[in-house]
Design a protein around this ligand. Structure first.
Ligand code: ADP
Length: 608
């Protein structure tokens, strides 16, 4: 028999045993021994870590607390050395053969019979309970025989048989507890891995890093290694010892893992490798396990659906127990959880790459637009200047006609170049918004005044409703001017003669609201979807007949975004359109609506 401290069991304190029925069974055992064999006192103790803890006691109540105090497990050693062996488990140490014993040995005082076999208060009779390896797992000790005599052969035999039953009960209790703990550990590992694999954390490297701790803790492993099969995956191999130290895997080992994982996934199985023993495993693996001081590895494939995505290895050392079926099954399930997490991480990774690519493309497009429009601006200025010069000359009628056509063309080109330049400017993150207080009323008035001529030419009514209060927002005046200008000029452009354009500016709860409405040609629902994209023009032939670049609303949307505002459109084909823009007020005014502000004063400006 090995001494109790040769091997330490990892069981929890029995007071914390999740399976309390185990305690009741052991108590029942103790009671049976007392009754059936004929002892007043029976104590059943188990070895927990390196302590002998009493878990069941029958006997006088006044002794209970004392008996139940744990002793170091080696307290029995001197007794066992000196005791007489009465059976495979039974040991008897006669009072006359020992001096005072250390530990919680109780002398249950009892009147001693006048008999050669009389029981003496200092007699020790106990059964040592061991597991299959001969390691002590507990003890049953008895005292105060009802007969007052040391047990005879019949009693000893009975006691030995009860001890065998008690041994089985203790081992079963330990196994059950061990099983329950394994399930709890593996469950917590799964929970933690699932939590770590949530999309918020789901960069591939983060997923791998976050799994290490739950794995080594949940599986009481000495280390973990996760390898992602995707060959181009950076950071896709993560091996750590339980103390967090990195382990670099040899290429041959990686190669073997990559070879084995898909087969394991296909068969939905795992592989337990015992160092130096498991057949069919290449020598290089056995050598590596030995070099790393590992006794066993649990190799698990990671995957989702048909696809094997990676490989996980959990390791244990010499002193650790072998992998139990519960642990093996949990690890297999974790292969699925982690596989799903890898899948998400991989999808996210490629989504990010796509976004990066699109962003580069977008940058390139902006750059191209900016360069082209800059390059066009100078020659255009030369053309426009010369046309202006020509206009001052006394031209013949035909030349005048050509001059007028060229001027119209150059004006249109200038508009296109201006729009391109503005879009490039407001879309360029290197030119962040520089704000000053801007009165939206003033800007709106200027815009409406400027549009007057073309509105009058189309015989449109322009109604202006400005709230008679400060409507100041932090912003870029040029950009805000362009924002309102684009909306109002569109309303004028896309409203047939005789229609009405209404421009309102009012104070909202924490923003200035600009509303530009018309009763013009309207925009179909399908066309509204792409309205704010660059170069977008509607499919309406009536609208397409008007000159345009499709840049105006893209500029509007970008400026609104830079000012952290909002823009919305409401429209019905053939009935009219309303654009509503909200621009946040300066912080000092934010959230402080002005109470009692009178309704907007409607100033109808009839332009005819
Ligand atoms: P552009 O006017 O230069 O074509 P915009 O970006 O300003 O470009 O507008 C995009 C499209 O949206 C226009 O081509 C037009 O068809 C439609 N649109 C814009 N404003 C209105 C409006 N007030 N009424 C009807 N259609 C409009």
């Amino acid at each position: 028999m090995s001494t109790p401290d040769q091997q330490q069991r990892r069981y929890a304190d029995p007071s914390g045993w999740s399976d309390s029925s185990a305690r009741s069974v052991l108590q029942l055992m103790a009671e049976s021994v007392a009754q059936m064999v004929g002892f007043e006192v029976t104590a059943l103790s188990v070895v927990i870590e390196d302590e002998l803890v009493t878990v069941a006691y029958v006997g006088p109540e006044e002794y209970r607390a004392y008996v139940e105090q744990p002793d170091p497990a080696d307290v029995l050693e001197p007794v066992l050395v000196a005791a007489e062996q009465w059976g495979p488990r039974l040991r008897f140490l006669a009072a006359e053969d020992h001096a005072e014993l250390e530990g919680h040995w109780v002398e249950f005082e009892q009147e001693q019979l006048d008999h050669p076999d009389a029981w003496r208060a200092q007699d020790v009779l106990l059964a040592v309970l061991t597991d299959d390896d001969g390691t002590m797992v507990g003890a049953v000790s008895v005292d105060r025989p009802l007969s007052g005599l040391r047990p005879d052969a019949v009693q000893r035999d009975l006691l030995e048989r009860y001890a065998a039953q008690a041994e089985r009960a203790v081992l079963t209790a330990f196994e059950r507890e061990e099983l329950l703990q394994q399930v709890a550990h593996a469950e917590s590992a799964r929970r933690m891995i699932r939590a770590a694999s949530m999309p918020a954390h789901a960069s591939l490297e983060a997923v791998l890093r976050s799994t290490h701790r739950p794995l080594v803790e949940g599986f009481r492993a000495s280390g973990s290694w996760i390898h992602v099969l995707d060959a181009d995956c950076p950071g896709g191999s993560y091996a750590r010892q339980h103390d967090g130290e990195t382990v670099t895997m040899r290429p041959e080992v990686v190669e073997e893992a990559r070879r084995v994982a898909p087969r394991l996934w296909r068969d939905q199985t795992v592989l337990v490798v015992v160092a130096g023993e498991t057949p069919g495993v290449p020598d290089v693996i056995h050598r590596e396990l030995e070099a790393l001081g590992l006794s066993t590895v649990l190799a698990v494939p990671l995957g989702a659906g048909e696809e094997c995505l990676g490989f996980m290895a959990l390791t244990r050392r010499e002193q650790d127990p072998p992998w139990s079926p519960v642990e093996i099954d949990s690890a297999r399930q974790i292969g699925h959880d982690l596989g799903a997490a890898l899948m998400t991480a991989r999808a996210l990774e490629s989504e990010r790459a796509l976004v990066r690519e699109l962003k580069q493309l977008d940058d390139y497009r902006s750059q191209l637009i900016a360069t082209m429009s800059h390059e066009l601006r100078t020659p255009l200025a030369v053309i426009a200047g010369n046309l202006e010069m020509l206009g001052t000359l006394d031209l013949e009628a035909v030349a005048m006609m050509h001059h007028a056509a060229m001027t119209r063309g150059s004006d249109r080109m200038k508009k296109v170049v201006d729009d391109l330049l503005m879009l490039a400017r407001v879309s360029n993150p290197r030119y962040p918004l520089a704000t000053v207080p801007v009165d939206v009323r003033d800007i709106t008035l200027e815009v409406v005044e400027l549009i007057e001529t073309s509105a009058r030419a189309k015989q449109l009514t322009v109604e202006l409703a400005l709230e008679p209060t400060d409507l100041v927002v932090p912003g870029d005046p040029t950009e805000l001017d362009r924002l309102i200008g684009n909306l109002v000029s569109n309303a004028v452009k896309y409203t047939p003669a005789g229609g009405t354009v209404t421009v309102e500016v009012a104070l909202g709860t924490d923003e200035v609201v600009i509303r530009v409405s018309d009763n013009g040609m309207g925009i179909s629902e399908e066309d509204q979807a792409g309205l704010f994209g660059a170069f977008f023009r509607t499919t309406n032939p009536e609208a397409l007949a008007q000159p345009g670049t499709g840049l105006g609303l893209a500029i509007v949307a970008t400026i609104v975004e830079r000012h952290e505002g909002s823009v919305a459109v409401q429209s019905e084909l053939g009935a009219g359109t309303t654009f509503t823009v909200g621009l946040p007020l300066a912080h000092s005014r934010k959230g402080t609506p002005v109470p009692g502000v009178p309704a907007p004063r409607r100033a109808a400006v009839q332009i005819a």
